[in-house]
Write a protein that binds this ligand. Structure first.
Ligand code: SF4
Length: 772
């Protein structure tokens, strides 16, 4: 068998540009609309659709303003083009320059009033596009497909005509049409041969090859006009011409070891499909040589192909095993038991960034890879390990999910919906509510952090692969372990450091090593408070004493005031009996006033306000008044403090008697007369008693005989009792005996036996005196 490829074959420049534009856009944007199929080849279209191409045949189907729309090489009519522009659609115009040239010709001539004749298939999109650039009414545009059509056409000699051709039209038929025009002397027809060179070259080369081939394989899509024309041309000179879409349709039964096989392909057939057809044919050829006997037994090449095992079955997408032949930093060469070696480039080795393949791969190693392309420019099979690696990574991730394993993820991206990072080269997503046990989180704060996470799912709701993780689950589990440890170790009566987490009317919640305890309002301060916020604020770090622990119900009762000194203790630290203190009067009662000194209420008794008698506390003091007093007593047992103000000033007695001495004569006022003596007022504020014996030198039944209340008299000082705050006086100014009144024998009261009078007589006299 001899296989020969046509001299001109496969993609023309126009199709190539359109496909490349589509691929580059899809690589970048993952989605692209195509206005009609880019090329008439099912395999290519399928491949592009897998990459995100959406073919629409009506502009109404365009529904995503963010996605670009590609106009294929066939082009569109002027009206459609304007409509797309007016709609603001982002157009990638891949109209072939040769088609565009026809648009310009028909537009120009129709503007000049020429009738337009288009030679071509009236249903072909290229022809429909050309019609759209004629300014004539569409019904005025004449479409012809054959010599007969032009002969039947009634050419008006007074009219002017412009003739163009579909780029892929049959050159022979076109020549016949031109001959007819010449023959009929239609000089009013301007002929434009717009058949594309690419088409002509493929057609000429195809016919030329078909002439010397036993079997012709015309490869291309069944809806490809130019492929169809190649087939028609070839069939005329080579009856065994077969129109095939790919290698699967090779007509094996027409091929034997002596067959000359010619291969041609339309302008919309990609290289890889042509190569597959040629390679499969070549493999059959080799197999034929190696298994001549077997061929004889089985009869046909087709059967041979079916029985041929191993490498001949390699196809794009197959997984192959091979041995590494050589490695350099950029690529690995692999023997895959095929006529060509496989090549794995550094980029196709792994999703991970690999600087040098020689560090990972050694010659002689076995390696598995997927076939990307059966032949590159150098004839190598292009392989990739990425799909296998991806498959393995997902298998590993599935396993980790089943094991409920904890994995590390480095966060490199955040959005309002969550955070993202890579796990073994796969993009992982942690939804916002799965980031942390904290209720409010800012996803952007996690970028750059490494988190521990569990796999929630490996598929999204639509069933597509997506790695969904939760770092919250890990955090929650860790917290549970830590909390249990804390509950286990926390002890009643111990003091711990805590953080105020929350304030309520009834108290505060304080976190100790991850667990929360209640600090009742009564346990916050020694003094009465209305709300915890008077003492604490959220975030405060405080020491708390554990009052009680209920491990079973996980309840913890705390006290803050137990960790701080009470005001009473602080008072005792600071003050002693006899200290002079200043404070404010907090309240006034009948028996005295309470004065707050360092948070302790101290009693200032009414009798200790002034040396003079205080009738009513409010006469001299008021609430809120600041007073200075002396601490008279501190009762630790009763937690009571008594104060005195009068103790801060000199006693009036001491002040008055300071300069007095015995025998000094001082004026006194008689204030009361009793049976046994009289009360006198000294200096207006010292009450003294003079016994009747010292009222007069005479023996009296009542002092009233000689003194009157209110009377002022001189009295002599006998003795000054500093301690008892008393002055012993006498109205008897001349003493018979200097030693009569010694300090140790001072008569302080009248004795009845000192008198000759009865008590009855004395009372009678006294009452009579008082009633005067
Ligand atoms: S066949 Fe010619 S006119 Fe048509 S797309 Fe290809 S290059 Fe352009």
């Amino acid at each position: 068998m001899f296989i020969e490829k046509s001299k001109y074959i496969g993609f023309c420049s126009g199709v190539k540009i359109a496909v490349e534009k589509a691929l580059s856009t899809l690589n970048e944007e993952k989605k692209l609309y195509s206005y009609g199929e880019i090329i008439h080849n099912k395999d290519v279209v399928n491949s592009l659709e897998k990459k995100g191409l959406i073919v629409i045949n009506d502009i109404l189907d365009y529904s995503d303003n963010n996605t670009k729309l590609l106009i294929r090489s066939h082009g569109v009519g002027k009206k459609e083009h304007l409509e797309l522009v007016e709609k603001g659609i982002n157009i990638i115009d891949a109209t072939c320059v040769k088609v565009r040239k026809i648009h310009k010709i028909v537009e120009e001539y129709s503007n000049k009033g020429f009738n337009i004749i288009i030679v071509g298939d009236k249903k072909h999109p290229e022809v429909l596009g050309i019609i759209g650039w004629c300014n004539n009414k569409e019904s005025d545009v004449i479409i012809i497909e054959s010599q007969e059509d032009i002969e039947e056409l009634k050419i008006d000699p007074v009219e002017k005509y412009c003739l163009v051709s579909q780029t892929t039209f049959n050159t022979n038929v076109f020549s016949k049409i031109v001959n007819t025009i010449t023959k009929n002397n239609y000089t009013n027809i301007v002929i434009n041969n717009t058949i594309c060179d690419a088409t002509k070259k493929r057609q000429d080369a195809c016919v030329e090859l078909a002439l010397r081939s036993d079997v012709m394989l015309i490869v291309g899509g069944k809806n490809s006009s130019n492929t169809k024309k190649l087939y028609e041309l070839s069939k005329k000179v080579c009856p065994n011409t077969f129109y095939i879409e790919n290698y699967k349709e090779i007509p094996y039964k027409y091929i034997d070891k002596n067959t000359k096989v010619g291969v041609s392909a339309g302008a919309s057939t990609p290289d890889w499909i042509i190569e597959e057809v040629i390679q499969m044919s070549e493999n059959l050829n080799q197999t034929n040589d190696m298994n001549e006997n077997q061929e004889n037994q089985n009869g046909t090449m087709h059967e041979l192909f079916e029985s041929y095992g191993g490498v001949s079955k390699i196809r794009t997408g197959d997984i192959v095993k091979g041995t590494v032949i050589s490695v350099n930093p950029e690529a690995i060469s692999v023997n895959i038991n095929y006529k060509s070696d496989g090549i794995i480039t550094r980029d196709e080795y792994s999703f991970a960034q690999i600087p040098d393949l020689t560090e990972l791969v050694k010659e002689g190693e076995s390696i598995e890879a997927q076939v990307v392309k059966l032949s590159d420019q150098d004839g190598n099979v292009i392989l990739t390990r990425k799909p296998l690696e991806e498959k393995k990574v997902w298998e590993d991730l599935e396993k980790l999910k089943k094991e409920n394993a904890i994995i590390d993820i480095s966060i490199n991206e955040a959005s309002q919906f969550g955070i993202y990072g890579k796990v073994n080269g796969v993009k992982g997503y942690i939804p916002r509510n799965q980031i942390s046990i904290q209720r409010e989180v800012d996803p952007s704060e996690y970028v750059g952090q490494s988190l521990k996470a569990k796999i929630l799912d490996t598929k999204n709701k639509k069933g597509r692969r997506q790695l969904i993780l939760s770092s919250r689950l890990v955090e929650k589990a860790e917290k549970e372990i830590k909390d249990n440890e804390t509950w286990e170790n926390i002890k009643e009566g111990e003091i711990y450091e805590g953080i105020v987490k929350n304030l309520q009317d009834y108290g505060a919640f304080v976190e100790i090593d991850g667990i929360d305890g209640l600090l009742h309002i009564n346990e916050i301060a020694w003094t009465r408070i209305k709300h915890p916020s008077e003492v604490l604020k959220v975030g405060d770090k405080i020491s708390v004493k554990v009052k009680s622990v209920d491990k079973e119900n996980k309840k913890l009762s705390l006290s803050y005031k137990a960790t701080i000194k009470s005001p009473w203790a602080l008072f005792l630290d600071k003050h002693n009996k006899g200290d002079v203190v200043t404070g404010k009067i907090s309240r006034i009662l009948e028996f005295g006033a309470f004065v707050v000194i360092d948070d302790i209420e101290c009693l200032l008794h009414i009798k200790d306000i002034d040396w003079a008698r205080t009738e009513k506390v409010t006469d001299v003091l008021s609430e809120g008044q600041e007073v200075t007093a002396k601490i008279l007593n501190i009762s630790r047992k009763d937690r009571k403090v008594s104060l005195g103000m009068k103790q801060l000033i000199e006693h009036p007695f001491d002040k008055y008697t300071k300069d007095l001495k015995k025998d000094d004569i001082i004026p006194v006022e008689i204030t009361r007369i009793l049976l046994d003596g009289v009360h006198v007022l000294v200096n207006g504020n010292i009450d003294c008693f003079i016994p009747i014996a010292r009222v007069s030198t005479e023996k009296l039944r009542t002092p009233a005989k000689v003194v009157k209340v209110g009377e002022t008299k001189d009295a002599k000082i006998l003795y000054i009792d500093t301690k008892g705050k008393n002055i012993n006086l006498t109205f008897v100014l001349e003493s018979k005996d200097e030693n009569e009144y010694s300090n140790s024998d001072i008569p302080v009261s009248y004795k009845s036996e000192d008198s000759d009078f009865t008590i009855g007589e004395s009372i009678g006299d006294a009452l009579g005196d008082l009633l005067k």
